[in-house]
Design a protein around this ligand. Structure first.
Ligand code: TXA
Ligand code: MG
Length: 337
């Protein structure tokens, strides 16, 4: 079927209040129109996601984004102009168009304009923004291809708009922007491909004085968990000095036994018996390419029949793009040696 027929099908299903898998440049989303509460509720039930974790709303224009907010100031404006469409989510004071199920009862809403022509076309034709979290079961690895989404929801029979593999491969940078009182302030709720240094350059060029805070409180970012993105078998992060083979497996088995069954409601992946095999996760040397590979490699190795995935952290893996990658990798890991 040509792309436009697929796009039409996605629009039709969304109009009917169904959830649909949509491509973006970061990861695939599981989308529903924001003005149908029963459709939004289907996102949570399909993902088995708790209601305390707010959803990002996807728009096709800055005007549409503005309509979702009760305050749109110069900081939001400069950042949207510089980075949209692109991997940046702005958390801003919400308007009445956004219901509290989307925001988990918060007075703010996360908004972004994704950089994917098919999804932008869907939103534009529909004329309604789409709420869309990453299209994976709660706590599990995010999807970076349509195939991943089909696999994840094969029992739920979700239609997925195939827009090819995701270009960036990890989720958007999320910023909480406060500028309707006192000095403008930004808190980084989630790191991503848009770096803090990129943000600072844009603000400086726009002559905006803004304090950028990197620490986040649980209240400001309720979906911020210690564990997330977990593959089907335990992921272990080790260093070369931990050795390999039987010597390494002995330490791993001992430590896996000590793990709790779940942390913050996310099931910790651990085997019932001692494990005897592992496969190494190899990523490219360039952290931008490595980020693109990360989730699909976690899925591929996790489903290959091996009992655990081993990643050797190396000393050259430093700098902001590696920090973004390790933010995901550390949360996906059952053990960090
Ligand atoms: O790249 C992305 O952002 C992908 C694609 C599909 O757009 N979406 C995504 O959504 O990663 P999700 O639901 O997996 O992560 C959204 C996170 C929430 O867990 C929460 O931490 C934060 O964004 N968030 C959303 N709205 C918020 C709000 N009002 N206040 C604080 N944090 C919010
Ligand atoms: Mg997610």
């Amino acid at each position: 079927m040509p792309d436009h027929a697929e796009i039409e099908k996605a629009i039709k299903l969304l109009r009917l209040g169904e959830v649909v898998g949509i491509p973006t440049e970061t990861v695939y989303g599981l989308a529903a129109r924001i003005d149908y509460p029963t459709a939004v509720e289907k996102i949570f039930s399909t993902k088995e996601r708790p209601f305390f974790d707010p959803l990002i709303v996807h728009v096709s224009s800055v005007e549409q984004a503005k309509s979702l907010t009760s305050f749109w100031g110069p900081v939001a404006d400069a950042l949207a102009k510089a980075f949209w469409p692109g991997p940046l989510t702005l958390v801003l004071p919400k308007s009445d168009l956004v219901n509290s199920m989307i925001t988990s009862g918060l007075e703010s809403v996360g908004i972004r304009m994704p950089k994917h022509s098919m999804t932008l076309e869907v939103i534009e034709s529909l004329g309604v923004p789409l709420a869309a979290p990453s299209a994976n079961k709660f706590g599990r690895t995010s999807p970076t291809s349509a195939e991943h989404v089909w696999q994840e929801f094969k029992n739920e029979n979700v239609f997925v708009l195939d827009g090819g593999p995701c270009d960036i491969g990890i989720e958007s940078t999320v910023l909480l922007v406060k500028e309707n009182q006192n000095e403008p302030q930004i808190s980084v709720l989630r790191r991503g491909h848009v770096l803090i240094s990129d943000i600072e350059i844009v603000l400086r060029n726009a002559d905006l004085k803004v304090e950028v805070l990197e620490a986040v409180s649980k209240k400001e970012s309720p979906g911020h968990m210690k564990h997330h993105y977990m593959p089907a078998v335990p992921l272990i992060i080790a260093k070369k000095e931990h050795g390999n083979g039987a010597e390494l497996l002995k330490i791993v088995n001992q430590r896996l036994q000590e793990l709790p069954d779940s942390i913050e409601g996310v099931k910790i992946i651990k085997p019932e018996h001692g494990i005897e095999s592992y496969q190494i996760l190899n990523l490219s040397e360039d952290p931008v390419i490595a980020s693109r590979e990360l989730y699909s490699e976690l899925r591929r190795i996790g489903e290959s029949g091996t009992e655990c995935i081993l990643f050797y952290q190396e000393s050259h893996q430093v700098g902001p793009y590696w920090e973004n990658l390790f933010d995901r990798l550390n949360k996906a890991a059952s053990l960090i040696l």
